[in-house]
Design a protein. Structure first.
Length: 95
């Protein structure tokens, strides 16, 4: 079975070159850079677990000042192709 990603050539569709699956983050590298340039801020965090399988990378992060046993702050999944992030999904707490 061929996946949707395998049937889609990102070079034909610029909006697919960095597809965000997050309602507050825009699609595309330029738009994402603009979001951060406009002052978007996130808590200082560090990756404590990173996993990869084929073209998917998972990272699990905690606050930089986290203590042993503190919960994971965020989980991020990235689809990587030719060394570039092509898609991003995240799970973060509501507050």
């Amino acid at each position: 079975m061929t996946s949707w990603w395998d049937r889609t050539d990102p070079t034909d569709r610029p909006e697919l070159t960095n597809l965000q699956h997050n309602p507050v983050a825009p699609n595309g590298t330029a738009a994402l850079k603009q979001l951060f340039a406009a002052g978007a801020q996130f808590p200082a965090q560090q990756s404590v677990i990173s996993l990869s399988y084929n073209d998917i990378v998972w990272t699990f992060s905690q606050r930089v000042d986290a203590k042993s046993g503190d919960p994971i702050l965020a989980a991020d999944l990235f689809r990587v192709d030719s060394g570039k992030i092509r898609g991003h999904w995240d799970v973060v707490p509501a507050s």
